[in-house]
Design a protein around this ligand. Structure first.
Ligand SMILES: Nc1ncnc2c1ncn2[C@@H]1O[C@H](COP(=O)(O)OP(=O)(O)OP(=O)(O)O)[C@@H](O)[C@H]1O
Length: 244
């Protein structure tokens, strides 16, 4: 479970995140939905200990990420916005290397890497160096790296950005599997349809603030709109984010 309480972050004169509070439960897919520049990436970066908040707290399975960052990181799998692959390592070597960093070795690591190659449909690319990989192939490798240690909490920054329909479908299937295993899954997107297709719970962020939080039905009911699209426009106050 992930809890963000009154998170706040400024960069110079820009307030990227202003008092963001939400809880992401286990066995639930929570979507952080908001237009470009809303503060989604900055919020995720604070949750995964890359950026230190100016105010507020965040916990992962009850562990304060500022006080015990190493413990929190062990319980997290992260797909960052910059996928950041090593061009000279193969896809399989990425998964192995990050598994080793998490303390896995021997037959356990071998089995886990094979499982991910299978799960992410990476057989054709597993032993190729990642230099020159397509965007979809890069996301698969970054996902394998994020999930190799079997984290209970998974944070993904715009996981389907730039992916074709088939790759998007396989990422959605993967996230639903993680949910079925009881993982806490949080992902960000600026595309309403993406969030609507996957999420049990939607946290709408605009201008650094949470402007709505609940199920799609609750969002529609609270705005008095019939469609989720109209409800989204109503809470963020613009049509930005409706189209990719
Ligand atoms: N390192 C930084 N230095 C300066 N400004 C930053 C930095 N990181 C984020 N910002 C600013 O904070 C605001 C929120 O950015 P953030 O990347 O969190 O938004 P986002 O919701 O993830 O947007 P997008 O959908 O475009 O990725 C933006 O105005 C951005 O320019």
């Amino acid at each position: 479970m992930i809890e963000a309480r009154n998170l706040h972050k400024r960069f110079g004169s820009v307030t990227a995140v202003h008092d963001v509070t939400f809880t992401a439960e286990d066995g639930v897919i929570t979507g952080l939905l908001g237009p470009n520049g809303a503060g989604k990436t900055t919020t995720l970066r604070m949750l995964y200990t890359l950026v230190r908040p100016d105010g507020g707290t965040a916990t992962v399975d009850g562990v304060d990420v500022a006080k015990q960052p190493e413990v929190a990181r062990r319980a997290l799998g992260v797909l960052p916005d910059a996928r950041g692959l090593y061009p000279r390592l193969t896809a399989r070597e990425h998964a192995r290397y990050f598994g080793e960093l998490h303390g896995l070795s021997g037959a356990v690591l071998d089995a886990r890497v094979e499982e991910l190659v299978e799960l992410l449909d990476m057989k054709d690319i597993a032993d190729r160096r990642t230099e020159g990989f397509s965007q979809g192939e890069r996301v698969k490798v970054a996902l394998a790296r994020a999930l190799v240690h079997g984290p209970r909490n998974v944070l993904l920054d715009e996981p389907t950005n730039g992916l074709d329909v088939m790759a998007t479908r396989s990422v959605r299937t993967l996230l639903r599997k993680l949910k079925a295993q009881g993982c806490c899954v949080v992902f960000s997107s600026h595309v309403m349809q993406e969030v609507a297709a996957l999420c049990d719970r939607i946290v709408v962020v605009a201008r650094g603030r949470v402007v709505a939080d609940g199920t799609a039905d609750a969002l529609r009911a609270s705005t008095g709109k019939d469609s989720l699209e109209e409800a989204f426009v109503s809470v963020i106050g613009s049509e930005q984010g409706l189209r990719e």
